[in-house]
Design a protein around this ligand. Structure first.
Ligand SMILES: [Fe+2]
Length: 246
């Protein structure tokens, strides 16, 4: 049953300004935040890139910007609660990094990480095992955009091994090309996703948000869409386990 009053929760969003390839200014952060509120979101786990190519590789800078963004939203009366998060790289170093200086969702056990777009991931099972041994859980960002999961069999195997998949809403409406759209629709029909998120980088990105959510509802139905957008991401934020959405 649909839980009344439960707002949507975005676990992947580049809302914090001036630290990666996301929002560039406080004004743009506000514009994106307004679009998220209009679309029914009440929580955002801001996920700047934990990547050496961006200032956001510095966790202390991200923590300060998160505080500044919270103050900005409060000043503008926007009912959006912000939480800590990062978009990590899904590579062999991830389990070690998560032990020494975890950058997880809300400081809990869940790690958001993106797989390489162009390369296969022969070490995925090993990474997953080492994370799980350390009590961490893996949420794979937009798997439909990664070479590793171009095979639905490999996607199913990753989910069977305990990884959970985050749908990029933009993929459903072709924001990331035809292959990503085809895979997103196939994974959704196959019930492989556990959460859906925006991965918004700019105010322009926010323009397609309503259309993508309508597409999700049309394909998966109201109940599954509600689980993907609200129930499951809230559980992840609280550090609880989640299954696939169907
Ligand atoms: Fe992202």
């Amino acid at each position: 049953m649909r839980e009344p009053g439960l707002g949507r929760v975005d676990l992947h969003c580049h809302l914090l300004w001036g630290i990666d390839d996301g929002a560039r200014t406080p004004e743009e952060t506000l514009e994106i935040a307004r679009a998220l509120v209009r679309a029914g979101f009440r929580h955002v786990a801001c996920s700047p890139h934990a990547h050496p190519g961006y200032p956001s590789n510095d966790p202390e800078l991200c923590r300060r910007r998160l505080e500044e963004a919270r103050a900005l939203l409060l000043e503008h009366d926007l009912p959006l609660e912000l939480h800590a998060n990062a978009e990590n790289l899904l590579d062999l170093e991830l389990p070690t990094k998560m032990q020494s200086a975890p950058r997880s969702i809300g400081g809990g056990p869940w790690v958001l990480a993106e797989a390489p777009y162009l390369n296969r991931m022969p070490h995925l099972q090993e990474i997953l095992f080492r994370l799980q041994v350390n009590g961490m859980r893996l949420l794979i960002a937009h798997p439909e955009r990664s070479r590793e999961f171009e095979s639905v069999e490999r996607a199913r195997a990753a989910v069977r091994s305990g990884a959970r998949f985050q749908l990029d809403l933009g993929s459903l409406v072709g924001r990331h090309g035809r292959t990503a759209r085809k895979l997103a629709r196939a994974f959704l029909a196959d019930g492989l996703y556990s959460v859906a998120a925006t991965d918004i980088h700019s105010a322009k990105d926010a323009e397609w948000l309503e259309e993508a959510i309508e597409e999700l509802v049309a394909r998966a139905g109201e109940e599954v869409a509600h689980r993907l957008l609200a129930v499951h991401p809230m559980k992840v934020l609280r550090g609880e386990g989640v299954e696939v959405a169907c």
